[in-house]
Design a protein around this ligand. Structure first.
Ligand code: ATP
Ligand code: MG
Length: 144
């Protein structure tokens, strides 16, 4: 089957809507095994002065461990697709890292949730999805 998109990037933070974004991507990729699936989850290092030392380092390691667990689950959920996959943890500001990844890897569709893990439900778009829609080099599919 002809499909327009050949390299899809999913921004994944483990939220319900990012899970929906992943499911939508699976359905698209299911149409053609030549479609590559890239999943990116960004860890934002907490800002702490060196004077706080070890406890913050500990939190940082915990953060990374949690994200790695999320990505391990993603890997399992994509196992039955024959498509090429890349599942990546990045460090930095989420929107910037997602947009940079899309630019560097020439992804031609970005799939993202409208909201993420925060709880201010009255806002239509979270700050990450807002910024990604604004700066992405390719079309963005927003799961809601
Ligand atoms: N750290 C992240 N790594 C990868 N994708 C992310 C990350 N944070 C958010 N996203 C993506 O962006 C979507 C929207 O999340 P966003 O963070 O913008 O909303 P929010 O958490 O509700 O609000 P905010 O973070 O602005 O308080 C998520 O469903 C997910 O697809
Ligand atoms: Mg968020």
């Amino acid at each position: 089957m002809y499909t327009f998109y050949s390299r899809i990037l999913v921004a994944y933070d483990g939220s319900e809507l990012s899970k929906k974004a992943l499911e939508m991507t699976k359905k698209l990729a299911n149409q053609d095994e030549k479609i590559e699936i890239h999943v990116v989850s960004v860890v934002t290092p907490i800002n702490a002065g060196a004077e706080f030392g070890i406890p913050y380092e500990h939190i940082r390691i915990e953060q990374q461990k949690k994200v790695q667990e999320l990505l391990d689950d993603v890997k399992v959920s994509l196992e039955d697709l024959p498509n090429k996959k890349e599942i990546v943890m990045l460090k930095g500001r989420p929107a910037e890292m997602i947009v940079d990844y899309a630019k560097n890897r020439n992804t031609d569709l970005l799939v993202i949730g409208s909201r993420g893990l925060s709880t201010f439900k009255e806002i239509i778009l979270g700050s990450v999805s807002h910024n990604v829609v604004q700066h992405a080099p390719c079309p963005v599919l927003v799961a809601k």
